[in-house]
Unconditional design. Structure first.
Length: 674
């Protein structure tokens, strides 16, 4: 074949691959299978090996990484990469708004138009496209000169190697943030630990560490992605390119060009609208699949940005409206051991109270002895604690420089601190457990678990009251709750006539729980709410369930070996059987009704991810369960469908890599009504 034909073929395949990269990595909507994609990729690689001299300069085959470098070259930005001023409170933001008014000579009564979007917590990057082709990518560096990480950036498949436009400017710098999703960060850290390498402290460090690799093959193996929001140098040259007039329009344009942009953004009229956007993002912050540390607010019109000018190294017309940090430093005053429902002894750091991301924290979990040893946490240490989502705060690291020498090491005791029974750590397990049969701490936790909202839902039976009931010897078994008398309750501290009646009424109301709530409420290891529902559906009565053998349990779709073993073990204890006999004399669980809906999802497992246009999680779960399906939290080969909405994260990627079918809400609805 002559050169022209070969190059034409190469170009065709390359365009095809680019299209699929965009569909998959930017839109999350693949239109070919992985196998089909691989064939294209390999065909192109083959042509390039046969004719390396004719290979396209920006071939998608470069996405797998190339030869390792000795060092990064320096790269000067066309226009410096500046930084942003911060507002840490609403007052500070209002002050910014007033300042901007003064500088652009606007009437304080006319509201300014701002463009507000997320402040991604990653690593800033400057992409240079010439005539639509990615020619260079550099880190921020000192703002003037950064490091050339082009080879590495080319491995990030959501970043187009060629812009999707027939009318690109001669040269344009597009700026954004390289990030790693929280799920991918956690996965990467698990792999680091397995390889006995140091885990990264947070997604941002992991993204930076992954991007700043001299060996781009390593970068290629990390699922980095990015969001783009900014503009550097623009040279129209001979092209007919004209710059849009606003930030919002600029982002739309680069989105059309194929760059990933943030999904949450808003054109706001005046400071009030910005503040409510900031608040609404603050509320959903924990649900985002990646980390953000605030909202960036920019004058929407470029002309106004220009008029506002600069102060020091920051544009006056933009600000980072930050969220309170979720990490704080404090002192470990003591380490105590908590006894859980299943007897697990969990070490907990008692710290000098500190605000973490706006919430006061007094205790932080240390997980287990291995974690204490790995992080070398001692009583008297200064530590960094963090709160991720709704989970219990944890100690991330010790600030060793602050040690004075009188810090004390800690060992989990070999006896239960509450009942004094021997504490046992089975071979190969990280957790030490109290072996006591009548441990009061375990009992309290079991009663709490039993009474909680998702189990028997005994309103008003909170932690304090459980504590009192157990300490007073009124509750020694779960069933004792149902024998409480008015005078028993009245005698407790803090109870009067009315409150005693109220509690007893709540207990009364719990005498006819749904069977699954009772099963879940028993607090059997590894048996969560979902599994409890499956067991209730299958066995229809507690008596059948408690006599089931391993084979029968394993017949339930969704019950694995570990769960079956745990159930058999639990029901194998004589005391458990005796307690259940008592309990069943006092309460009558309601058997699950045969579902009225046709069982179109029978035996099918779904995983939900992202935000669906109109269904929330619990609606979708109900539709699935009513039709005989089940919902699982993680994607595996056994998953039948991943129901994905906006902002779907790593579950979607996992689904794709395993070839699991991905459906959207409308497909889901039509399947459900089938
Ligand atoms: S605009 C003059 N928009 O935050 C700099 N920056 O604290 C204009 N960042 O260096 C930046 N998300 O690395 C802008 N949506 C966003 C951003 C964002 C994250 C980073 C960026 C910048 C830093 C400033």
């Amino acid at each position: 074949m002559e050169k022209k034909n070969v190059q034409k073929k190469m170009q065709e395949i390359a365009s095809e691959i680019e299209k699929h990269d965009y569909q998959y990595y930017v839109l999350d909507q693949p239109i070919v299978t992985d196998a089909e994609y691989d064939v294209l990729f390999r065909n192109l690689q083959k042509l390039e090996t046969e004719h390396p001299e004719w290979a396209l300069p920006n071939s998608p085959t470069q996405r797998v990484g190339g030869k390792a470098l000795d060092q990064f070259q320096k790269s000067k930005h066309g226009v410096p990469m500046l930084s942003l001023a911060n507002a840490l409170t609403e007052e500070e933001f209002t002050a910014f708004d007033e300042r901007v008014h003064r500088f652009i000579d606007a009437d304080a009564k006319t509201k300014l138009e701002y463009f507000a979007e997320l402040k991604f917590d990653g690593l800033s990057i400057n992409l240079v496209y010439e005539k639509g082709t990615l020619v260079r990518a550099a880190t921020r560096g000192d703002g003037e000169i950064g490091e050339d990480v082009t080879q590495n950036i080319k491995t990030i498949r959501s970043i187009p190697l060629n812009l999707k436009t027939k009318n690109p400017p001669e040269r344009i710098e597009i700026r954004g943030e390289i990030i790693l999703s929280i799920k991918d960060f956690e996965k990467l850290n698990r792999e680091q630990v397995k390889k006995e390498e140091k885990p990264f402290a947070n997604p941002r460090n992991a993204a930076a560490g992954s991007l700043r690799q001299l060996d781009s093959k390593i970068t290629a193996s990390r699922p980095l992605t990015g969001f783009f929001y900014g503009l550097g140098e623009v040279v129209a040259g001979d092209s007919e390119f004209t710059l849009p007039k606003t930030m919002a329009a600029f982002e739309e344009l680069i989105e059309e060009w194929g760059l990933p942009i943030g999904k949450h953004k808003k054109i706001c009229k005046g400071a009030d609208e910005v503040t409510s956007f900031y608040q609404s993002i603050g509320e959903m912050r924990e649900d985002l699949p990646y980390e953000i540390d605030g909202v960036v607010v920019k004058l929407n019109a470029f002309s106004q940005q220009q008029a506002a000018g600069f102060v020091a190294r920051s544009p006056r017309g933009m600000i980072a409206f930050k969220f309170p940090p979720k990490k704080s430093m404090t002192l470990v005053e003591d380490i105590q051991v908590q006894v859980g429902r299943t007897g697990a002894l969990t070490p907990v750091a008692i710290v000098t109270p500190v605000s973490v991301g706006g919430v006061w924290v007094k205790r932080a979990t240390l997980h287990n002895q291995d974690e204490i040893d790995r992080k070398d946490i001692r009583i008297g240490d200064h530590v960094v604690i963090q709160r991720a989502g709704d989970v219990i705060p944890e100690v991330v690291e010790v600030i060793k420089e602050k040690r004075r020498g009188d810090e004390r090491r800690f060992k989990i005791p070999d006896h239960c601190p509450v009942c004094g029974s021997k504490a046992i750590r089975p071979e190969g397990e990280a957790v030490t457990r109290c072996s006591g049969k009548n441990c009061i701490a375990k009992l309290k936790e079991r009663v709490r678990h039993f009474a909680q909202k998702d189990a028997l839902n005994i309103e008003g039976l909170g932690d304090k009251i459980v504590e009192q009931l157990v300490d007073a010897g009124l509750v020694k078994h779960l069933s004792d709750l149902f024998s409480l008398e008015f005078d028993d309750v009245l005698a407790l501290e803090g109870f009067a006539d009315k409150s005693s009646h109220k509690l007893l009424n709540a207990i009364e109301a719990a005498r006819t729980p749904d069977l699954y709530r009772l099963i879940f409420g028993l607090g059997i290891r590894h048996i969560g709410e979902t599994t409890a529902k499956l067991l209730a559906q299958k066995f229809k009565s507690l008596n059948k369930l408690r006599n089931a053998n391993t084979e029968e349990l394993l017949e339930v779709d969704g019950v694995g070996e570990e769960m079956a073993r745990s159930l058999v073990e639990h029901f194998g204890h004589e005391e458990v059987q005796a307690e259940l006999n008592e309990l069943l004399q006092k309460i009558t669980p309601i058997e699950p009704k045969a579902s009225a809906s046709p069982q179109v999802f029978a035996g099918k497992t779904f995983v939900l991810t992202g935000t669906l246009p109109s269904l929330d999680r619990s609606d979708a779960t109900k539709i699935i369960e009513d039709r005989g399906g089940k919902v699982s939290s993680s994607v595996s080969k056994k998953t039948d469908y991943v129901l994905a909405g906006e902002e779907a994260g790593s579950k979607l990627e996992k689904a794709r890599s395993l070839g699991v079918k991905v459906i959207d809400e409308s497909e889901f609805r039509s399947m459900a009504s089938n």
